[in-house]
Design a protein around this ligand. Sequence first.
Ligand code: ADP
Ligand code: MG
Length: 635
Amino acid sequence: MSETKHKYKFKAEIKQLLDILVHSLYTSREIFLRELVSNASDALDKVRFESNKGTEIADKDLPLEIHIDFDEKKNTLTIRDTGIGMTKDELVKNIGTIAKSGTADFLKKLAESKEDATNIIGKFGVGFYSVFMVAKEVVIKTKSFKPEEPACTWRSDGSGSFEIEELEEPLKRGTTIEVHLKDDAKEFAEKYRLENIIKKHSNFISFPIFLGKEKINTISAIWREPKTSIKKEQYVEFYKFLTYDTEEPMFIVHKSVDAPIQFNALMFIPKKSDEFFWMDRENYGLDLYVKRVLIQHKNKDLLPEYLSFVKGVVDSEDLPLNISRETLQENTIFNKISSSVTNHILSFLLDKAKNSPDEYQAFWKEHGKVFRLGYMDFVNLEKYQELLRFNSSFNKDENELTSLADYVSRLKEGQKEIYYALGNSREAIVLDPHLEIFKKKGIEVLYLYDPTEEFVLSSLRKYKDFDFKSVDTADLKKLETLGKEGEKEEEKEELSKDDRKHFSSLLAKMKKILGDRVKDVVESKRLSDSPSCLVNADDTLSASMRKILKMANQDMGKQERILEVNPNHKLVRNLIEIFKKNSDDEYITNVTEQLYGSALLLEGALEDPHILIAKMNELLEKSSEWYLKQSKETT
Ligand code: ADP
Ligand code: MG
């Protein structure tokens, strides 16, 4: 071994990744070429970027190109670029010894589904290693753009280790990857096969790609071409190239703006929400070009985060080529482009919502979860609110959607609030006792199935002049004045004067039984089908909101609850009779505890179900005895 030769072990995670790539992935192996070409293209972007900044660069006049050569006899393939190259330290750091944050996520994903994994490998920043699906040995020769740095070589068979050595002979700037193909991967040394793969995956690379002597990628920056000259297939092809998506996009937004600032934007909204979004926060953003030169991949400031499902490119003539990524955010022109791009997307969506509601619904189902998080975009708040969608009691099933404008157009006379209820499903919400008065009065209620929806409404506080209000904090007096016209007065037997008195005493008794746990026990005006429910005395936070805040470890203080009891319910009527006979009957205590426990259970606020269940079994036991006795009497 020469003095400059060093042997390194692959980082454990990478070794694990390599083992899987080498031994178990046999489908879509061709994507390794896409990864190597995209690395070459990145390297060329970087050197062009340095050059535009005025940095001193080795071999300044080398054309920026990618060359792919193959040798069918030797079973080899080489990918050469004139990009930024790597120093020895960079080689060690970038390839083999440091696992990127995405590595573990990728491995996890890989364990779940092998087939898809080849489609996503590039997204996790581990694309280079995919070469070991087809290679028995890989040799990298690279010379950094930094003039003083010596050329280096890296060599590995993809098992446990790799070697790095300084090269004696001089090398021109850039990187060559020599792939010694496995015996079962000979196809990747055939011209026809290679040409196909490159056209399929790398056609939009903005540097010339030569296969042998022939330049094979032809397509230019399509976002700068007039809309009318581009066919749908070209858009789709570009989209697939950009996102690795295998499906067509849901929407295509192509904008050319000339004044006051010139820019072109070609953006897409995918059919499927990116499942990695929550896991891999880095993997979003638009690619920013200046005068066709890529300045930044996945820029995070062109669009706000809640529009991060949008993919695409933005290219401007009016930004300086030597702009640094760090100062972009302070650049006024950049900021104007950014707000204009955001505006275009929101207007596009508004137009869809208005003119193609079915398409908008499909969009909402897929991307609404991310979009909802935009409640902090105060500049665009009005558009944001118009784009929000909910399921509501007015809709005939859980798939239909309602906008806030729809809701407001159906307000009852005098209604000043927009009511909502949160629950796990439409079935569950419909059974919520708090909703009974709304049903009776025909007042519309938004049905929320995700706590973030409630979070959004609480943060917005109001839509136009209408406050958002959870059904369990709604003011009964207000509700009573609404919707009179639709109200059907049910036939119910009024309590006698005497029974009324007993009912009042019963309520007092129940309060005594529950003690501090409730602020009061009162007659309910909102219930028609249920015997009782809990409402909030302080009328500000809904029960579910409390739960969220409690989970976030906020000290909520003690909540003031009121137990409402429905005097028209059969159970309560019976209780009055029992109470009349013996006001201290143990049965009253049992039922009161049980009603309270059930109300907590419905809200998901019951901390320990054991007592409730034990008491319920006790009651069931008793009722079974009565039932038996009764059936004996009748037979
Ligand atoms: P990613 O491209 O997502 O960063 P890769 O595994 O494809 O992940 O590549 C790892 C790193 O190796 C790159 O970030 C880059 O620093 C370096 N690299 C790979 N190929 C080249 C190349 N042709 N020229 C210069 N650097 C390269
Ligand atoms: Mg890569």
